[in-house]
Design a protein around this ligand. Structure first.
Ligand SMILES: [Mg+2]
Length: 253
């Protein structure tokens, strides 16, 4: 069993921990969707795949595998495309600085691939900032007898054996199980967040995205956000004791 000593986000004895999705949450565009839409089988099939997962017809793992299998572009070229096309939520930098100043660890839980996330964050936020951040995600591997930087040469390496590929609840649960623990937040936008949605004290779901639909269908308490300034206001109010997490979970309103 995990003890408080072995959980990385407890090292500084924080009052709160901020878990967050990466793609489409910290960034404005989802990098895997972008690759699928522009380098792989296209938007229409990708959206059909997302809907199949959202309504329980297929696992995230299988649908995501199909998306990425359709991208044959060498991995280094994929990263170069993404660095040119993916932007950061304009308010994330301020939020991240607030978290650092207030001892709130930011833990990235992603269904994306580690080298892409690190390259994008280093580019958009800064090398030093990224080094400090805990990022738990899937990875990339070479296909047999190939290199990741040749045509059709890379494949996703999943974090675990779950139907999510990366079951985000695995990282969150040991914290949730502690008797005396920090307040736990989670921010996300889509189908890769379903495994985490029920695990924290307050869930932020991005306005207009699939996670909002899921939370309403499953009766999971949440609050919507448009950008990280919305999140920062509420996290500040909760951490400073002005409102409770229950009061903050206002759904779409
Ligand atoms: Mg996302």
């Amino acid at each position: 069993m995990s003890s408080a000593n072995s959980l990385p986000a407890l090292r500084t004895q924080p009052k709160a921990i901020f878990f967050t999705d990466f793609d489409g949450t910290i960034t404005l565009q989802d990098s895997n969707d972008w690759m699928t839409d522009n380098l792989g089988f296209g938007t229409e099939l990708r959206k059909k795949g997302n809907a199949d997962v959202l309504f329980g017809r297929r696992s995230f793992r299988d649908s995501f595998q199909d998306m990425l299998d359709s991208v044959k572009t060498p991995f280094d070229q994929c990263i170069a495309h993404l660095l040119k096309n993916i932007r950061l939520d304009p308010c994330f930098r301020d939020f991240f600085q607030w978290c650092r100043a207030n001892n709130v660890p930011v833990v990235v839980l992603s269904g994306g691939m580690q080298p892409i996330i690190r390259a994008l964050l280093a580019h958009l936020l800064g090398e030093k900032e990224v080094e400090e951040m805990q990022i738990v995600s899937n990875n990339v591997k070479a296909r047999p007898a190939m290199s990741i930087n040749e045509e059709g040469g890379w494949d996703i390496e999943y974090h675990d054996d779950s139907s999510f590929g990366h079951d985000k609840s695995l990282e969150i649960r040991p914290y949730a199980a502690l008797a005396d623990r920090p307040i736990m937040f989670y921010a996300g936008d889509g189908v890769s967040d379903l495994s985490a949605a029920k695990e924290t004290d307050l869930l932020f779901a991005k306005a207009g995205r699939d996670l909002v639909t899921y939370c309403e269908n499953e009766k999971v308490p949440f609050t919507v956000f448009n950008d990280f300034s919305d999140i920062q206001k509420i996290v500040t109010d909760v951490v400073e004791g002005r409102i409770s997490v229950q009061e903050a979970a206002t759904g779409r309103n």
